[in-house]
Design a protein around this ligand. Sequence first.
Ligand SMILES: Nc1ncnc2c1ncn2[C@@H]1O[C@H](COP(=O)(O)OP(=O)(O)OP(=O)(O)O)[C@@H](O)[C@H]1O
Ligand SMILES: [Mg+2]
Length: 507
Amino acid sequence: MENEYILEMRHITKSFPGVTALDDVDLKLRPGEVLALCGENGAGKSTLMKVLAGIYQPDSDKGEIYYQGQRRIFKAPVEAKQAGIIMVFQELSLVMDLSVAENIYLGSLPLKHGRIDWKTLYEDARKVLAEIKCDVDPKTPIGSLPIAQRQMVEIARGIALGAKILILDEPTSSLTDKEKDVFFENIRELKQKGTSVIYISHKMDEIMEISDRAMVLRDGKASGDFATANTTIDEIIQCMIGRSISNYYIKNKAQPGEELLRVEGLCREGQYEDISFSVRRGEIVGLYGLVGAGRTEIVESLFGITRPSRGDIYYKGKKIQIRNSVQAVRHKMAFVPENRKEQGLVLGETCRKNISLVKLPWIKKGGFVDTAKTFEIYEEYRHKLKINAASSEQLTAQLSGGNQQKIVLGKWLAIQPDLLILDEPTRGIDIGAKADIHRFISQLAEEGMAVILISSEMPEIIGVSNRLLCIRDGRICAQLSGEDINEQRIINAIMNQPEDRSNPAAS
Ligand SMILES: Nc1ncnc2c1ncn2[C@@H]1O[C@H](COP(=O)(O)OP(=O)(O)OP(=O)(O)O)[C@@H](O)[C@H]1O
Ligand SMILES: [Mg+2]
């Protein structure tokens, strides 16, 4: 009889110095099945998938992998890849300087007379991209695309390589709802063709929507296995973190204080136009819009990373011009960027050094860094953000994705900013920790901080913002507050045809 499973992993154990990341874990997967892998930050999800993809070896011979009925040992990623096991990494692994097409076919570029056959390359790439309804030009350099589209390209790569098992490690972390729908359509089609998908995500509603089965890891052990149709989000969360979360979002109740920031008529050609708004102390102002609407570009200008071509910025009652991020930090502004690997972390440095990095100018003694202070900062934010690291001296490269994100957040909070700008701050953070972080940010606002929050997650932006600016095509298309911050109003604002008559280009 043919085996019901395409894959069986048995007794997988994997330790790193100081941690047992996986402890005797079993996993089974059927052809055409979508298996969700759930668990808190650091539970071992990525590690388990890296063992499957040949990046790590299990610790002992007891750990076995059966694939298509045969015992297999994947000693290197290329062996797993050739067998049809393709992993799309949590931290994207694209080469920024190369084009979309080159990235898709990296390692298997079509050749003609010993040279790259560009025509075939672009044609093939266009075909796979069309298959997943992604309309980027294959010649575009990857580095110039927003993260959401980069994720699509990673998936195209999986298809081009002929995946039998596609492993997606938090693939939708930066997609908006609409992009996610297209993405799920792609997964369903792959499933129809018999491809199995292992899906890691912290978004419980997505797990319920797309998976057939959900397996839970807790502290490196398998702690539950549910048929998705017969379970509830609460049951899975309970299994993940040992408690249920009744109220995910708590709005801050502070009375807004004095105005901290005001922008008037801010423009930057091709990115955003006529942006005017203010943020008061004690206020959390959300920016919502589709990927590419200009949200990140606006806050980058506030922080001095780019210069607006027109318009004024008033901060603490004075008109200011911020030329770079060093000046912004001196003004006690903090900016937690969207992409932690490119902008947020020095991966080869320790957790302690990373988390003290922005605060350094304040903790120098006679020209030298006050080392004792760096330990204090690490301890404070490890505790406040529940950072799960082996020690203060662990390299951040070795932390789980969610814990890396917490280090980035911690290093900015450490300067006790007056203005905190957050761009997708809880990307990759598990549901328990997320609730903690929201509560923490609300508390900081109540203590007088002003917060600008960019998030693609509707529940997050609705749950946390006191006021919400909807951004479309680089413009503010609606301002909502109080009861008006709800899904319907937001969708109307984002999707509807422009009501704005002052923009002749729109008609
Ligand atoms: N290369 C490594 N060296 C040392 N420790 C590691 C390494 N990779 C992972 N770990 C540790 O193994 C544990 C499991 O990490 P893993 O990345 O598998 O978690 P995860 O479930 O994917 O979490 P997240 O949701 O945050 O991505 C963590 O404690 C992590 O710090
Ligand atoms: Mg992970």
